[in-house]
Design a protein around this ligand. Structure first.
Ligand code: R5P
Length: 294
């Protein structure tokens, strides 16, 4: 196995420490100063010429400044002669992987271009929104999945009663299938329509009975909580006993938690790609395992 140095970006100090401990490698902290006007300044104090560096920086809100911090750090590391791999546990902009309305920018394509332009040689992310997004990158990118880990965590920590896994939209069908197969339970995918202008979500009804059963909603991202809330309202109406919302990336913007709770969600479980109180499922060994094979 190669000898790695793990560089912790300011957004991912704990996760970087976990990756470095899994790889038994040196951990260094990228120094970041924020000026009063909001600009970030990055400083790399170590000598890293010819070293293989894994730079870890998740792009949860505020995504633009976290992205710039990542670009600055990667630029400095590669300028100094390091071979830079970027670990971007939550890859912001991955939902804009195509033009949905005329005139829209394919944001992920621009992000892919920027990441390459600063000398990043390869990227590892977790549960990219859709496989289509991977095609926008011209450097190797690997999307690892936290879904089996979420399933293991939920099965270990909740005494589930006749569980059923639910995808709130067709886009997450493959994820719910993977989750259900790990848990050994049934699954159902709902159809969701989002108004591309207002963002409003409508979820189509299904004829299912869930009385006395525990339902686990599985998604890649929970942002405003709207998709999960709409789905939970239906599950409650169909008789679900308990509703758990499981996701890889818990962005939880604004009143997302309250909205989901009011809709009947009892528990929220996420991975630690985004450090918050719901990020209980640690993905550091998953990320490290990719580098162990190089
Ligand atoms: C989109 O299709 C994603 O998979 C998620 O369902 C979506 O990002 C969730 O967003 P929100 O929580 O705002 O409904």
């Amino acid at each position: 196995m190669k000898e790695w140095v793990v560089a912790a970006g300011p957004a991912s100090l704990d996760l970087a420490a976990g990756v470095s401990s899994n790889l038994a490698s040196r951990l260094l902290k990228i120094e970041m100063t924020e000026f009063p006007d909001g600009e970030s300044k990055i400083r790399v104090k170590d000598e890293l010429r010819n070293k293989s560096v894994i730079l870890v920086q998740s792009l949860y809100p505020p995504p633009d400044s976290r992205l710039l911090q990542l670009l600055f750090a990667a630029h400095k590391l590669s300028e100094d002669g390091a071979d830079v791999s970027a670990v971007i546990p939550y890859l912001a902009y991955s939902r804009q992987d195509k033009q949905f309305l005329e005139g829209e920018v394919v944001s992920l394509g621009v992000v892919a271009h920027l990441l390459r332009s600063v000398g990043i040689r390869r990227i590892v992310t977790v549960d990219i929104h859709s496989a289509q997004g991977l095609g926008l990158f011209s450097i190797p990118i690997y999307s690892s999945s936290a879904i089996p880990l979420l399933a293991d965590y939920i099965s270990k920590n909740f005494d589930l009663v006749r569980p059923i896994a639910i995808s709130p939209d067709l886009g997450s069908s493959n994820r719910v299938e993977a989750f259900a197969s790990r848990l050994g339970c049934e699954y159902v995918s709902f159809k969701k329509n989002r108004d591309r202008v207002t963002g409003e979500v409508k979820t189509e009804e299904k004829e299912i009975l869930l009385s006395g059963r525990d339902a686990v909603i599985v998604d890649d991202i929970i942002s405003t909580g709207g998709s999960v809330a709409k789905c939970a309202e239906l599950l409650k109406r169909y008789g679900a006993r308990r509703i758990i919302a499981a996701c890889t990336h818990a962005l939880l913007v604004g009143s997302a938690e309250q909205k989901m709770k009011e809709a009947g969600v009892n528990e929220i479980i996420a991975s630690n790609t985004i450090p918050n109180r719901y990020g209980k499922v640690d993905v550091s060994s998953l990320i490290a395992s990719y580098f162990q094979t190089l």
